[in-house]
Design a protein around this ligand. Structure first.
Ligand code: HEM
Length: 452
């Protein structure tokens, strides 16, 4: 029995800390053992399995994680850390967004001026705006990649079907975030991108006009739209994303990480039927007359059992997982900071409803749809295709009944998904890079009309 296990389960330090702990050395140690610190962090500092488990239970941040995770979860290949990176980006967006709110008023008469002021008159204003903008684009990209990774890993299958659905909700909220934020600078780019985007709603049969009115608060984009988009952007969407994300991450724990382990269900190791280890026993004896006699005893196959000793394939979250998350989190922040230092967020001229820029492009994540609209009837390209794609995505885990997660047993699903992905990618690249004034074909090396 360890010294720690003699103690009563109680999170008070006095009870959990061994009484003969070493006298604190150095200022950090002294602070850590002082009353003020211990009143905040009540968990013990025991470096034993039990001590670490108690640290996790009693710390609100560590409590998000399970105490132990399967060792395979630590591998980069498990998730490429994409869900985690998306969460970090959300954190960066919240922090930088609050700073921007200090200097921004959602009014058509002052919004554009506030953006100019941010550039020159506010400490770190330009940098914070850049970081906010690039983090938003990156978050959309990372969330899409996360979805793709979850699909290829087959991680949406039983028992994770509902978490996949929550993921689609998160994707929709992320796109909503980016789209509503796009309008706020109130420049030509934002005004026309949002005009093109919201015009798509017009194509919805019967409800189109009403929905567009509800979204933009009038005939055309104006003060009512700016206020609505602002309210959605700074209140409704962050609260919704935080709530759904909490459930999403909680479900990852409850459904179990999608990594290969023993047991049943998706991701169970392939059945390892144990063949009886013996069915016939042979004994050689020497008889009284000196002849060697061989006795064969037949043993019932069922009565021979092989005991499989399951090895513990889990490791403590703290430090194994947390250290990795800290590194990836810092790396993510470093990337967006670098982007923010190197590239300025665009700010075109003041929004002008009477002057349509050529070409007027939707934000990059909707430009594939815009490209599709140039080839097909608006009802098909603007409504049937996106609505069909959304419904199919939501229903995917319930349609795909194949329990296998390995790609060699999922050829049909993987082929269909890859084709759809490729088509979406080609449409997006075409629309973003190869279209110029009048939606005419133009080579990007001649002139780039890509807007971010
Ligand atoms: C704001 C957007 C999102 C955030 C912040 C997020 C966050 C996370 C995190 C932190 C994990 C844990 C493992 C990992 O890093 O992959 C995870 C897992 C998961 N996510 Fe997301 N997610 C988002 C969107 C989505 C989307 C769009 C989908 C798919 C439609 C999705 C489906 C899943 C599923 C099924 C799992 C469990 C997979 C497993 O256990 O390997 N998530 N998500």
């Amino acid at each position: 029995m360890t010294e720690a296990s003699d103690t009563v389960v109680d999170v008070r330090n006095d009870v959990l800390e061994p009484q003969d702990r070493p006298v604190p050395e150095g200022w950090f140690d002294r602070v850590r053992h002082g009353e003020a610190w211990r009143s905040m962090f009540r968990h013990p500092h025991l470096d034993t399995p039990r001590g670490r488990a108690l640290q996790s239970f009693s710390n609100v941040f560590l409590h998000v994680y399970p105490v132990k995770v399967p060792a395979r979860v630590l591998k980069v290949r498990y998730s490429w850390r994409l869900g985690y990176i998306a969460s970090v980006l959300f954190g960066v967006l919240l922090a930088t967004g609050v700073y921007l709110m200090f200097f921004y008023t959602p009014s058509v008469t002052s919004a554009y001026g506030d953006m100019q002021q941010l550039r020159t008159g506010v400490g770190f204003g330009q940098l914070i705006r850049n970081v906010h903008r690039w983090s938003a684009h990156l978050m959309v990209l990372v969330v899409i990649l996360h979805l793709v990774r979850v699909f290829f890993a087959g991680a949406y299958k039983r028992p994770r079907q509902f978490n996949w659905v929550l993921g689609i909700v998160l994707l929709a909220i992320t796109l909503g975030f980016s789209f509503t934020g796009y309008l706020l600078p109130w420049d030509q780019l934002s005004y026309w991108a949002v005009t093109v985007g919201t015009n798509l709603v017009n194509y919805i049969p019967v409800l189109g006009d009403t929905l567009r009115d509800l979204l933009i608060g009038g005939e055309q984009i104006g003060q009512a739209t700016l206020l609505r988009f602002y309210a959605l952007h700074v209140a409704v969407l962050p609260v919704s994303l935080a709530l759904v994300l909490m459930i999403h991450i909680w479900r990852v724990r409850k459904d179990g990480f999608a990594v290969k382990r023993g047991g049943v269900g998706a991701f169970a190791e392939e059945s390892t039927d144990v063949t009886p280890i013996a069915s016939v026993t042979a004994v050689t004896n020497v008889a009284a007359d000196g002849r060697r006699v061989r006795l064969l005893g037949v043993v019932d196959r069922e009565s021979v059992t092989a005991e499989e000793r399951l090895t513990d394939d889990t490791v403590f979250t703290w430090p194994h997982m947390l250290v990795r998350h800290v590194v990836v989190g810092l790396g993510t922040v470093a990337v967006v900071l670098t982007l923010g230092v190197l590239f300025a967020a665009p700010l075109r001229g003041l929004a002008n409803p009477n002057e349509t820029p050529e070409p007027a492009k939707a934000p990059w994540y909707f430009v594939g749809l815009q490209e599709l609209l140039s080839h097909f009837d608006p009802l098909v390209a603007g409504i049937f295709v996106p609505a069909g794609a959304l419904i199919t995505l939501i229903a995917l885990p319930y349609i795909d009944r194949n329990p296998a997660t390995e790609s060699r047993y999922r050829k049909v699903a993987i082929t269909i998904f890859s084709i759809v992905l490729l088509v979406a990618l080609v449409l997006t690249v075409l629309g973003a890079l190869f279209r110029g004034p009048g939606w005419e074909f133009i080579a990007p090396w001649q002139h780039s009309y890509l807007e971010l």
